[in-house]
Design a protein around this ligand. Structure first.
Ligand code: AMP
Ligand code: GLY
Length: 449
């Protein structure tokens, strides 16, 4: 309905029974979303732009890049799409949700102004500080000289140097002394390693403690916290090596106590949603808080404006409720009408199989074998991320993170065993994985028993 420039984004009940969904993105997260959405009785048809061989099992893949805003808007209009589910951060930051709203199409994911909570770490910090949300102390620099002179005078170590913009989880440098920090600053400001994303940088107090990923669906009024997760960001066992997008994850996070969860909801999620409203940037979609569980309580490391990858894979394995009405509720501002989701109480583990060389450069087009021998079902899924089909229809590597082997188990140890047994059966040259996903979680659980 359109009147005097106002578009009312409302979907009729008739539509609700047969939703046409366009899923944007091509990672393991999007395969997991497609898998879960395909189980919804409300779904009429799903497309994925551009998708991957995994999403193709449930959706029709369309050859449109996730950042091709014109193409996606045009496709959504021409195909009478009821809801566009925006998976990755780039199209959110570019304003895909804004463009779709202009033509009266609902999207799951915030508009560009609200997505700045992820796409500008400098803005995110301002919001956190303005609304007294616990976080590390920080400074912002745009020029080399003041940054270097700060390192030589006031700085304390370890210190974290970060690109303010989007850098796929790779723009963070943990520096033990001034010389390491100077190198990181030069890499960002002089060598422009992360391009424009690193033209503004943050120097942050180093926070001690284990990490937790916390997710909440919101339409800006109602907040539905999801189950907790723990990511494993570094490339190598024991948390060593460079940061990646995430090498594996577990849910629930055994280190996040009930009390800590309450604190997170009260001191972090609620004031963030209120704060964003106050800033005139109502957030609709999924708020993803990367936290450190410090001795002084949970503190925010960063916010993301989308599902985590690979956290989404384990959340989708554990979610028992229909995902589609929850996503639609965020989009149309009617989340209040949804019931709180129910979860499989069993723990889930996902182990990422990456290409040799990731997170730096890596080869593509290597044959993947062994998937056909696995018995997939509600307790074991292998989500595709960087895969492609060759002209002859054979599965090949096509990205840094290739597959996410995801399992449920009666215990965390059992979920690990199932995931690792499956991971062992999959082969490609250079296959790289961590062998300790969830291992610290098992130890933590044993210590409280
Ligand atoms: P971010 O992209 O800001 O979440 O940072 C990526 C990873 O770097 C985090 O998951 C942490 O492991 C680490 N990190 C970032 N900031 C800090 C900090 N202030 N203190 C300690 N570790 C950090
Ligand atoms: N796994 C962390 C992220 O998606 O940013």
């Amino acid at each position: 309905m359109v009147g005097e420039g106002i578009i009312i984004l409302r979907i009729s009940l008739k539509h609700l029974m047969s939703l046409r969904v366009l899923l944007v993105g091509s990672g393991g997260r999007e395969h997991a979303l497609a898998w879960k959405l395909s189980q919804s009785p409300l779904l009429e048809k799903m497309w994925a732009a551009p998708g991957n061989p995994g999403t193709a099992q449930f959706a029709e893949n369309v050859q449109l890049a996730a950042d091709d805003l014109d193409g996606i808007v045009h496709f959504a209009q021409s195909n009478d799409i009821s809801l566009v589910v925006i998976g990755p951060e780039d199209p959110l930051a570019l304003g895909l949700a804004d463009r779709l709203a202009e033509v009266g199409i609902h999207s799951f994911g915030p508009n560009a102004e609200a997505a700045e909570i992820e796409s500008s770490k400098a803005f995110c910090k301002e919001v956190l500080v303005r609304h007294r949300i616990p976080t590390a102390s920080y400074r912002v620099f745009k020029d080399l000289n003041p940054a270097v002179s700060y390192l030589e005078s006031g700085a304390q170590f370890p210190l974290v140097v970060k690109a303010s913009g989007l850098a796929a989880g790779k723009g963070v440098y943990i520096c033990n002394d001034a010389s390491e920090a100077r190198d990181a600053v030069k890499l960002l400001l002089e060598e422009k390693k992360h391009g424009k994303a690193g033209s503004v940088l943050l120097m942050e107090e180093y926070l001690e403690g284990p990490e937790a990923s916390v997710f909440a669906l919101t339409d800006g009024r109602t907040i539905i916290p999801l189950e907790s997760c723990q990511d494993h960001k570094q490339l190598l066992d024991g948390g060593k090596g460079p940061n990646t997008g995430g090498m594996g994850a577990i849910s629930p996070n055994p280190l996040l106590s009930e009390r800590a969860r309450e604190l997170v909801e009260r001191q972090i999620l609620l004031p963030t949603v209120h704060g964003m409203n106050h800033e005139g940037r109502r957030f609709r979609g999924i708020l993803f808080a990367g936290l450190k569980l410090t001795p002084a309580g949970p503190k925010v490391l960063e916010y993301n404006a989308r599902f985590g990858d690979p956290e989404c894979q384990i959340l989708m394995m554990r979610l028992q409720s229909d995902l589609l009405p929850l996503l639609l509720g965020c989009a149309n501002g009617e989340l209040e009408e949804q019931e709180a989701p129910t979860w499989d109480p069993r723990p889930a583990v996902t182990v990422v199989l990456a290409s040799g060389g990731y997170p730096e450069s890596y080869p593509k087009g290597l044959a993947i074998s062994g998937l056909e021998n696995l018995e997939l079902g509600p307790e074991l899924q292998v989500f595709h991320a960087g895969t492609a089909l060759s002209e002859g229809g054979e599965l090949q590597t096509a990205g840094g993170r290739v597959l996410a082997v995801t399992a449920l188990g009666d215990t965390l140890s059992e979920a690990r065993s199932v995931a690792y047994a499956a991971a062992e059966q999959i082969h490609f040259e250079g296959k790289t994985l961590r062998t300790d996903i969830g291992a610290a979680g098992v130890v933590a659980l044993e210590s409280v028993q």
